[in-house]
Every structure is written in C-alpha cells, then in structure tokens.
Design a protein around this ligand. Structure first.
Ligand code: G3P
Ligand code: MG
Length: 357
C-alpha cells in the first residue's frame, strides 16, 4: 500500500521510542491474557497489520524456541509477532554456541529445552530427562513417580545410545544449561550435583566443575495461582545450598535474564534491529548501530526484576510497574521504585501513546 511504501522510504519519521513488555504478570497469567493486553498490543500496529511502534517481549520465561513462542503469542494476542520480537531468558545462550558447539551439554527445564538449544546450534545436547534415562538407578525415587514413568524416555522407546554419534555414559558433560523452570526438582538437583561434582560424568571421582548457566534468577513469578510461585532463582538456591554442603568448593554459575544489565543492553540492540527492519532504510547493520532511542519503556510486574533492571540500565530506559502480577502495592515499591506505576498494561500503553504521539 501507499502507506507501507511511505513507511519504507529512507528518512521517514520513525518513533523515537520503543517498548519492552514483560510477559508473566503483565501480558499473561498462565495462558490467559490479562490487563487488556490484546487491545493494548493492537494499538502498536497500523490498520493494515504492519508494526507501527517498535516493541519486544522481554521475558525471563522460556522453554520453547523463540519462533514457537512468537506463534503462540500471535494466537493469544491476535497480532503478528515475529520471532525477533521474542527475547526469552535463554535467548543469550545462543551466544555461547561457539564454545560448546561440539561438546556434550545438558539442558534442564519445562517444555523443550533440548530443542531450544539445538535451534541455537548446539550439536550435542540432551535434555536432563533423556540424559538421566541412560544411567540406571540414578534416581532412586523414579519408581514412585507415577507421573513420570510413562515419559518419552522410557527405556523401550528412547533412542538407543548406539544411534548417537557419541557415548553418553563415558563422554563428559562440558556444560549444564537451566533453560526454563525445572520440573522434577529432586531428580534434577541429584543429577546436576552428579554432573557438577564429578567433572561431568555421574558416578565418577571428583573433578573440576563444568560451567553452569541459568536463563534467569527469578525467586518468584506470578503464574495463574492467586499468589506467587517459586521460580528458577528458588531452584538455584536449592541446588546451590545442597551442592555447597556436599562439595568442597562452592557452586560456580552465571545467571542471565533481567535484572542483569546485559539483558537490557541486548533488548536495546534487538529493538534497534526491529526499527531497521520495520523502516527498512538500507544497510540494516549500520542503521541498527546508529539508531538512538529517546526512551525505551520497560513494562513489568516484578519490582526486583523488571524495575530494578530497567532503573539500573539507566538512559534511555523508563520503568513502568503494573499491579497485575507480583507487585500489588498501593503506592510505588519502596526498594525499587518505578518511574511510573499503573494498574494494567493497557493503562501503561495509554500513558505512553499520549505522551509520545
Ligand atoms: O517462568 C517465568 C517467570 O520466571 C518470569 O516471566 O515474563 O515475568 O519475565 P516474566
Ligand atoms: Mg513478570
């Protein structure tokens, strides 16, 4: 359309601001949209469905590839979300592929953690479910887990080790990645302790701890239950406390995700790429490097994650706290006060569009 052509002319006015949306507790609770999120997001698109305002989802959640999450969100919100617009806790794991490309790594968490890692380019990755299934008796409690006994990694149905190009039982795990919220905490803590204290092979003598990465460090998150649920940060505390009791040197690990300043730097870079693509002004890379936002709004529900992170990231970040998730306070949060407190994401978008357009 003419409108589209106009938009794609070099030099066309681009909005000088961008928006990063938290998902859990702002856009969704469980799988249900909240706070008028579908209407709010729709306002960021033109009538013909093209993106008008650059925005991303910046979530500490995950467990599925960005492309799949984009499709899910498109369905739930009724707009076209591109995979580039989905930045999950584990998205930065992509940057570690060079180091681990051909090394055996284990991926932990709900959903499809191994598929996520394979899509990033990791070639020898097993989910902890599959990995554990190769070691007889590694989990003395498995027989009591009626819910897990019919899993895909049932001995009779799992891929034979001989079909793999490597030997799971004798190959050292060179890295452990907690991709999404772990499902079977007891088994996962046991197997991770086995891997980490043996130097990569459960049951072996002690060795140097392989690197351990967490997609995020949320102590709690909102989800669908009336009060908060324990998140990846709670799992990290459990693992760390136990590991430090049974091992002479303390657990070493790196956590990604908000409130880590790296998450906000990366979000800004992704938003710049979206601007270049949307307004298609020639050389994408140069455009992306040059583009400077006047403001990037972080709309989140968790003061110690979303607001702390955005405030720490500083210019051009502006923090907006909703009351639809972890935060329910009457006034602003005392320890991590947001630049603006609103009831819902819909109210946040109303404020932003009135101010900016
Ligand atoms: O498991 C997801 C949760 O830890 C946080 O999600 O979207 O609020 O960053 P989000
Ligand atoms: Mg949240």
């Amino acid at each position: 359309s003419q409108r589209q052509q106009q938009q794609q002319q070099p030099g066309t006015q681009r909005p000088p601001f961008g928006i990063a949306f938290d998902i859990d507790g702002v856009i969704l609770r469980g799988r249900n949209p909240i706070g008028g999120s579908p209407q709010a997001i729709r306002r960021l698109y033109a009538h013909d469905g093209t993106l008008k305002i650059p925005f991303i989802f910046l979530t500490n959640g995950g467990g599925v590839p960005e492309s799949k999450r984009a499709t899910e969100l498109s369905g739930l919100l009724g707009v076209q979300i591109s995979p580039l617009q989905v930045v999950q806790g584990h998205s930065p794991f992509r940057e570690l592929v060079k180091r681990f490309e051909n090394e055996l790594v284990v991926a932990v968490g709900k959903g499809e953690p191994a598929t996520v890692m394979s899509e990033y380019g990791f070639k020898k990755v097993l989910s902890i479910d599959e990995y554990a299934s190769y070691f007889d008796d590694i989990d003395p409690l498995s027989q009591y887990k009626a819910w897990s006994s019919k899993q895909a990694y049932d001995k009779n149905h799992m891929p034979r080790e001989s079909q793999l190009s490597y030997n799971v039982l004798s190959d050292s795990v060179k890295g452990a990645f907690v991709v999404s919220d772990p499902v079977d905490w007891g088994r996962d803590i046991q197997v991770l302790c086995d891997i980490l204290r043996s130097g990569g092979i459960p049951g072996r003598e002690k060795g140097h701890q392989p690197p351990l990465y967490f997609a995020a460090d949320d102590l709690e998150y909102q989800a669908a239950f009336p009060c908060e649920r324990l998140g990846m940060g709670a799992f990290r505390i459990a693992l760390e406390s136990i590991f430090n009791k049974i091992h002479s040197s303390p657990l070493e690990y790196i956590s990604f995700g908000k409130p880590n300043p790296f998450a906000f730097k990366n979000a800004e870079a992704v938003l710049r790429q979206i601007v270049s693509k949307t307004y298609n002004t020639g050389n994408i890379m140069n455009e992306a490097k040059e583009y400077k936002f006047s403001t990037i709004y972080m709309i989140g529900d968790n003061p110690s994650v979303d607001i702390k992170g955005a405030n720490k990231a500083g210019d051009p970040w502006f923090s907006v706290l909703t009351r639809t998730g972890v935060f329910r306070g009457k006034d602003n949060h005392t320890q991590f006060p947001a630049n603006l407190v609103v009831e819902t994401v819909e109210e946040a978008i109303d404020y932003i569009l009135k101010k900016e357009l």
